[in-house]
Design a protein around this ligand. Structure first.
Ligand code: KG4
Ligand code: ZN
Length: 354
């Protein structure tokens, strides 16, 4: 079965074409991030207008890359929430139109569940960033096993930080989540405090690497909020305030900023990894899967690998290009949770969870 997946929950316009839930035939992403670089954050109105402008070219490009005639796909999947209402509408209305015109099943997918299912994708094939946006990136990945149930999933994105237990496809139990800022949001806000650009995660990672390269002993100590709490909740706003207190009123050298970025990254990764492994042990998980934009972070990936080796629980990450928002993850989630809805039934839901 070949599914075309559409993802427009935030600032990206992603269209993926996936065969049998695993094989990525195309994954095209157009980002409007450059349009609001100067605002250091997404401007919802600008994002939605851009999505309306580029969605048809992105769909056409995905079909071209995959060598599948658009009308020949078996179903249309779309992320219908959570997200920004204007952006969601651009994707949902497009998906409805295609389903009607081509007479295809229409499968709604939660964006968060899409991030989890990015771990089922084998992307040896083609991926590109749309010519309507910036840099092309290629994905190379060998075939790999799929995660086994029960599994614990950590979703870490710009808007969410959640731990869920999955006992089979479509069966989710929410274990905990952030009480304030999401992990990606904390990266973005701390980047801003340090005078770095948006999105903040890759910027912090780059800056922290400068400190690591110089390999001095860190003199900055930041808290690891809720690392030992008995629940599976998180809190990152205090960590952000701790950075704000270090930054406040002083003109920081580049070295000092790199040191703060390094310690911030260590602190947030410590908390995420420790609590996820704790949950996996408690629920006898057979695997851990990580999804969402923050899953692209190298330190998070390496720390998880170390702890998973120690605890003998395999950990899964999507290739970095599939960790951030994309249409392929929506297509694969639809394959494993195939519940079509009519055009009348499907509505964008900005506040949706799972
Ligand atoms: O999943 P995503 O692409 O969009 C949302 O659903 O929000 O996640 C975006 C978030 C942003 O906050 C961004 O700063 C963060 O993911 N991010 C990273 C990295 N790449 C993206 N955070 C840490 N390290 C990275 N390499
Ligand atoms: Zn996302």
């Amino acid at each position: 079965m070949i599914i075309l997946g559409i993802e427009t929950t935030c600032d990206e316009t992603g269209v993926g074409i996936v065969e049998d839930g695993r094989k990525v035939l195309a994954n095209v992403v157009s980002s409007s991030v450059n349009l609001y670089k100067k605002y250091k954050g997404v401007v919802p109105e600008v994002a939605a207008r851009e999505q309306v402008r580029v969605i048809i070219p992105v769909i056409e490009e995905a079909c071209q890359v995959s060598n599948v005639k658009c009308q020949d796909v078996d179903a249309i999947a779309v992320a219908y929430g959570p997200g920004l209402i204007g952006s969601l509408l651009a994707g949902v209305e497009m998906a409805k139109t295609l389903a009607l015109v081509w007479n295809k099943p229409l499968v709604p997918v939660s964006h968060l569940i899409g991030h989890v299912y990015a771990n089922w994708l084998v992307a040896e094939q083609v991926s590109s960033v749309s010519r309507v946006s910036q840099v092309p990136r290629a994905i190379k990945r060998k075939a790999f096993d799929t995660p086994t149930f029960p599994l614990v999933a950590l979703i870490v994105s710009g808007g969410h930080t959640d731990l869920i237990l999955m006992t089979e496809h479509g069966k989710y139990k929410w274990l905990g989540g952030t009480r304030d800022d999401a992990a990606g949001e904390a990266f973005d806000k701390v980047a801003r405090l340090l005078g770095l650009g948006y999105p903040g995660g890759p910027e912090i990672e780059r800056m922290a690497r400068e400190f690591t390269v110089n390999s001095r002993q860190s003199t900055v100590e930041l808290p690891r909020p809720m690392i030992d709490s008995a629940d599976f909740d998180f809190s990152f706003s205090g960590l952000k305030t701790a950075v704000a207190n270090l930054v406040h009123g002083s003109r920081l050298t580049v070295d000092r900023r790199a040191e703060i970025a390094h310690e911030f990254q260590e602190a947030i990764v410590d908390v995420l990894v420790t609590k996820t492994v704790h949950a996996a042990k408690k629920f006898d998980a057979k695997s851990i899967v990580v999804g969402g934009g923050v899953a692209a972070n190298e330190l998070l990936r390496s720390q998880f690998s170390v702890l998973s080796a120690q605890s003998s629980i395999p950990v899964f990450f999507p290739p970095k290009e599939l960790a951030v928002d994309n249409g392929a993850m929506i297509a694969t989630a639809a394959f494993y949770n195939f519940k079509p809805k009519t055009v009348e039934e499907l509505q964008a839901q900005p506040g949706l969870y799972f």
